[in-house]
Design a protein around this ligand. Structure first.
Ligand code: FEO
Length: 400
């Protein structure tokens, strides 16, 4: 599994497949991940990014199967996050004549992480670097995913190293999009977008035209497989995701203590179920936050339920709200519901968090005391029917 693979004329994947990673700073990576580094053999030997620090030896072994690492002339750092920069010190130690290339923020961040003292070239959008037969062009893409992020385009090969954009946390022995399950790939790309990029949607939206303006044969992200067949399709999906474009979907995300809030969730869901509307009931402790936020990405309505614990919401619900509000989903209707005993506080605290995050809360919380009675269940049914109508209205007239 640790051998390099040629992806284009004189360009090799030399990265590391992390088959068993299951937690990537909180993101549950059910299919592992990969840290993609690429080696270009030209008059100037050029390495595009590195891998996580523990796998520096594997990276250097891969490079050594093609060329002596000491011959590397340029090390392009498209992104400072340590999953891509962690082996820069090891590579520069092995390649004493190499020059590090990054944007200003990248060089600053790398110095903070690793101490600096290297030869470097600072680049900005539109700058080019001749490496012999090929010419590299740099495109700064700040905040996709960090301020230091950039993409590197290879003129002559129509190859874009797209960094985190268009990536997937997806370890596979295959290296190209047309060699893996299309459904699995698109699901992983969607999960990756929802959990990593969603809160940067407006910036990503601005970057897409610059990418579309390029002649493209291959798009090689820093995680997952390389796009050579389905790039137009992933761009089309990104154009929906950058706006969190809703589908006719209602997600009811909740926790429950003695089944009262769950009974409310079920009553809302049952009333919302009708032709053309997708309804999902997701109890937080039974689902990963990673998957919950992916369901939120293309929902039209998000209903959050909690019982009252110590005059507030359940800690599980709080964790979900912290994660969701940080990722800033847009274009959805939100509302809170839940049960309480002698004092309220659960659903109203959810309502406050949603409003404080400037999410579109469309009604007051729906609450009940101890156990939903006939009146409460009738109100739940009204909610369900009303939100089903809202979900259908949200997508009416949309271009498919
Ligand atoms: Fe894969 Fe933002 O690093």
């Amino acid at each position: 599994m640790f051998k390099p693979v040629q992806i284009a004329d004189n360009v090799y994947w030399v990265g590391y497949r992390d088959w068993n990673i299951r937690n990537f700073h909180g993101y549950k990576t059910e299919r592992g991940s990969s840290y993609n580094a690429y080696l270009i053999i030209d008059e100037k030997i050029t390495l595009i990014d590195t891998v996580k620090a523990p796998y520096a030896g594997k990276l250097l072994e891969n490079i050594a199967q093609i060329i002596d690492p000491a011959k590397i002339d340029y090390l392009i750092s498209n992104h400072t996050e340590p999953d891509h920069s962690g082996s820069i010190p090891a590579v520069l130690a092995a390649a004493p004549n190499a020059t590090l290339v990054a944007v200003k923020k990248g060089l600053e961040g790398l110095e903070k992480y690793y101490g600096g003292g290297w030869r470097s070239i600072e680049v900005k959008t539109g700058d080019t670097l001749d490496i012999g037969r090929l010419k590299l062009e740099f495109i700064a893409t700040p905040m996709i995913h960090w301020p230091d992020s950039m993409m590197t385009y290879v003129h002559g090969l129509e190859l874009l190293f797209s960094m985190d954009a268009f990536g997937q946390h997806y370890a596979t022995s295959e290296l190209f999009d047309d060699e893996v399950s299309y459904c699995e790939l698109m699901q992983e790309a969607k999960t990756y977008y929802a959990n990593i990029i969603m809160h940067l949607g407006s910036l990503t939206k601005k970057a897409i035209p610059a990418v579309e303006a390029l002649p493209i044969s291959l798009v090689a992200p820093s995680h997952g497989v390389i796009w050579r067949k389905h790039f137009a399709k992933i761009v089309a999906e990104y154009k929906k995701w950058v706006d969190c474009k809703p589908t006719a979907k209602i997600v009811i995300i909740y926790d429950s203590m003695w089944s009262s809030t769950e009974t409310m969730a079920q009553a809302i869901g049952a009333a919302a179920t009708r032709d053309g509307v997708c309804v999902k009931l997701l109890r937080i402790p039974d689902n990963e936050l990673t998957n919950l936020i992916t369901e939120v990405l293309d929902a039209a309505v998000v209903l959050v339920g909690t019982p009252t614990l110590n005059n507030g919401m359940m800690p599980t619900v709080s964790a979900f709200l912290t994660y969701m509000t940080g990722l800033k989903p847009t274009g959805k209707q939100f509302a809170a519901f839940g049960s309480h005993g002698w004092r309220g506080g659960g659903a109203t605290s959810v309502d406050k968090v949603l409003r404080d995050a400037a999410l579109d809360v469309v009604c007051e919380p729906l609450t009940c005391v101890f156990k939903p009675d006939g009146d409460t269940l009738a109100k739940c049914a009204e909610w369900g029917e009303s939100f089903a109508g809202a979900a259908l209205a949200a997508v009416a007239g949309q271009q498919i």
